[in-house]
Design a protein around this ligand. Structure first.
Ligand code: CMC
Length: 392
């Protein structure tokens, strides 16, 4: 059926048109709905940015208040869904717990599954935004064997999440406002990144008209990979390993350059950015302030900085245009905030959620959408004749 073009990893193939996020990888530019990321980060809240990505415009104060109010009303999980968490082993990684729970939402909220019913799409949008922080906090509590806390809807999204994560039932918990601000900003930096692996997964699954919960659960699985969102935990593990081995950065960089199996400079390189990732620049600037305020591990931060300096001046990295990406410094901040390494990619998922929702909705609403069905170039045997089992 005609010629097909081979493009492994979709390096040159656009799968859709989109009005949501613009990236110029050579210039290191990232814009959400036209707004440069450095103008949004630190100025617009995560909720404002979520609204912007999903509905296309920044909200007015009234629109934002109504959106916030709706989300606060949906933070509770069905009690039976809570029981679901007990079925996992104690040391379960929180990422598969997160994706399983999101998948399970489609069994609990069957009144919001129709992709073509505007009211139902709206309802699943709000449910996901409201419930993912609760699910993430439950996954954390499960992993440390502590009691789960109900959401406190007098609190904003990030504060509520921090309280459910680090608080205890009968004890008051007040999140450090610096911590709330920093985490909110990191969520903004992660909120969308056009057709990356997890977002493409969400769109591909959704193109079969699978519901939003099913599509986003699939996206969470894609994000968990170490080449994608899983890189933020890998960076910290890498820094700790270098420190354990005596802090010899030069030796580690040599191993990367010699392409030792499994040895990469995690948090470096990007399919689209062939320049400094604009998000990494913003994270790096924050790391210093946050770590000083929260008393983080400055030794690892110093190691990361030296590693970056060496890599940016080394021919291997210069020739391949490898720069730090968003994951290079985030882990250090998350660690300073008190999150275990296992939770880092969950935080990425919380940040990326509005992007997945916006992209899923754009895909469903676009009359040009067709089921995603890549072609292949067949390289197996040509026709041959079947041999009976007794003859083989
Ligand atoms: N360390 C060492 N060498 C690298 C790295 C790295 N981190 N990244 C790319 N290279 C080399 C690669 O070996 C190849 O070299 P050669 O031409 O000699 O074969 C060249 O650079 C081009 O790399 P590629 O693998 O063809 O690039 P890609 O676009 O397929 O991969 C990437 C992009 C992000 C998967 C890759 O750079 C990588 O594995 N980085 C480390 C993991 C990471 O930090 N991921 C987070 C990405 S940003 C956030 C997100 O998307 O979640």
């Amino acid at each position: 059926t005609g010629q097909v073009a081979l493009d492994i990893g979709f390096v040159n193939t656009a799968s859709c048109t989109s009005e949501i996020t613009y990236i110029d990888g050579d210039a290191g530019i990232l814009r959400y709905r036209g707004y440069p990321i450095d103008q949004l980060a630190g100025k617009a809240s995560f909720l404002e940015v979520s609204y912007l990505l999903i509905y296309g415009e920044l909200p007015t104060a009234d629109q934002l208040a109504a959106f916030d109010d709706r989300i606060r009303r949906h933070t509770l999980l069905h009690e039976d869904l809570k029981g679901f968490f007990n079925g996992f082993p104690r040391d379960a990684h929180p990422m598969p717990v997160l994706s399983s729970a999101v998948s399970a939402l489609s069994t609990f909220y069957q009144d919001s599954l129709d992709p073509f019913d505007q009211r139902q799409v709206e309802l699943s949008t709000v449910r996901l935004l409201a419930k993912l922080p609760t699910i993430a906090a439950y996954a954390y509590k499960k992993s440390v064997g502590q009691p789960m806390l109900y959401p406190d809807n007098s609190l904003g999204l990030v504060e509520n999440f921090l309280r459910m994560t680090f608080g205890f039932p009968a004890e008051p918990y007040e999140a450090d406002p610096e911590l709330v601000k920093a985490l909110d900003m990191l969520f903004v930096l992660h909120a969308d990144h056009e057709q990356n692996c997890s977002t493409s997964t969400v769109r591909l699954v959704g193109s079969a008209q699978a519901n939003m919960f099913a599509s986003i659960s699939s996206g969470i699985h894609a994000l968990s990979g170490p080449l994608h969102g899983g890189a933020n935990s890998s960076v910290l593990e890498m820094l700790e390993a270098i420190k354990r081995d005596g802090g010899d950065i030069g030796h580690f960089v040599d191993r990367v350059k010699n392409k030792e199996p499994g040895v990469k400079l995690m948090g470096f390189g990007h399919r689209v950015y062939k320049n400094y990732d604009p998000r990494a620049a913003l994270v790096k600037a924050t790391a210093d302030t946050v770590l000083n305020k929260l008393g983080g591990n400055n030794e690892l931060l110093d190691l990361a900085r030296q590693l970056e300096d060496i890599a940016l001046n080394d021919d291997y990295f210069i020739q391949r245009k490898l720069y730090p990406n968003v994951d290079f410094y985030t882990g250090l901040i998350y660690r300073a905030m008190g999150f275990p390494t296992k939770m880092f990619t969950v935080l990425f998922a919380l940040g990326r959620l509005p992007g997945w929702i916006a992209q899923w909705r754009e895909m469903i609403e676009d009359p040009a959408t067709k089921i995603g069905r890549p072609r292949q170039v067949y390289t197996g045997p040509t026709e041959r004749s079947f041999v009976e089992l007794s003859q083989r």
